[in-house]
Design a protein. Sequence first.
Length: 117
Amino acid sequence: MQIDIQTRKFDLTNALRNYVERRLRFALTWADNNVRRIVVRLSDVNGPRGGNDKRCQVLVVLAGLPDVMVKDTEADLYFAIDRAADRAGRSVMRRIDRKHTLHKHSRPLTWNTDPAI
């Protein structure tokens, strides 16, 4: 699973990188065959002013399906990462389930050619 982490307005520490990778692998390892790559953008929206301004945006690029994009903004960056990873995992699950459900129910029509009926 390829994970690309980008930051705006602050430096990416090794601890933060490891945390993001661990959370996303936990949320999406089950879908590894369908996930092409993950792009994570972490930003501090308001800078030093404080408030709910730590944003985590996760883009999951899927094979043969539309991409999944989730965003979360919180006062704590780690909490924003947790929520975004969880939401990304649930969204990917729904997207893959929907694909399997549609595929299962889209069987070709067959005509009964038996004249006895």
